[in-house]
Design a protein around this ligand. Sequence first.
Ligand code: GSH
Length: 342
Amino acid sequence: MTNKLTLLASVVAASTAFMATSASAADSTLDKVTKQGYLTCGVSTGLPGFSNPNSKGEWEGIDVEYCQALAAAVLGDKTKVKYVPLTAKERFTALQSGEIDVLSRNTTWTLHRDTALGLNFVGVNYYDGQGFMVKKDLGLKSAKELDGASVCVQSGTTTELNLADYFRNNGMSYKPVVFDTAAQTSKGFDAGRCDVLTTDQSGLYALRLNLEDPKSAQVLPEIISKEPLGPVVRQGDDQWFNIAKWTLNAMINAEEYGITSKNADEMLKSDDPNIKRILGVDGPKGKGLGIRDDWGYQVIKQVGNYGESFERTVGTGSPLEISRGVNALWNAGGFMYAPPIR
Ligand SMILES: N[C@@H](CCC(=O)N[C@@H](CS)C(=O)NCC(=O)O)C(=O)O
């Protein structure tokens, strides 16, 4: 009986996955978005700096700005975005089923997600790594001192998996205290449900802001994983995948060539062939992507280049005050490198 049930469950799961793939191959996301006049962007339920509603209920953050850039590229209007808040557990199903057109929600690029889940990672908009936060009064200096600790962690994340690996590799035990949202996880930590909270390091800085007394918590020095975060689309729609990829590439290239939201109009008159191509004055323009010729100009004029977006949302111009670090451009000591627009 159990075997039959398991078999049935896997047949249902396999056919659902098949239906999701074949449906998306048939309908072009670009057509759908153009007809609707807006795109649907999956975000988190609230994580400062990445995707978070402000006091007016407007979504803000580096992942939100990516969706605005995609809307500017495709529709010429960065405001044409419908945001769908998703927990970590809900996010991939929402994308597979077509409920959202793009997932832009501090999501780590992994082999499993990029293949078995039927998804395509667009690129990396934030290089992160997992860390630990503890109450200062515990007097800890290193994560290696955490043997036997209770750990607040969010379900459906790479965080949960890395946590298990790290403690096992270091011969330590721990007690997981699992929550479904970032708000619940940080509240659990605040209320003393656990000794330590673990998530992507950027998330630690974000969640620390929401603690009753942010100064009572400290981030430990260890980074235990690689968490390349980026937007995700469905497999089976190469055109949409390309548009999503080149929107991010345009933002990174614009920073490299000094094009900003403020000087974009002036830059239209530049003699530099690189700048001309990024802004669609010259070069392949929108032809290969199947969108407007001025898509790059719209992205940069309306949203800005990668550096502007970073500073405003998670960087020194934001409450998180994260330095560029490895997220600096390749020619400034970081990893951010976009293929050329030509
Ligand atoms: N990058 C990791 C973790 C992503 C994640 O969901 N982190 C939590 C903790 S910071 C979060 O963003 N929560 C926001 C929410 O629940 O909506 C992953 O892709 O699995």
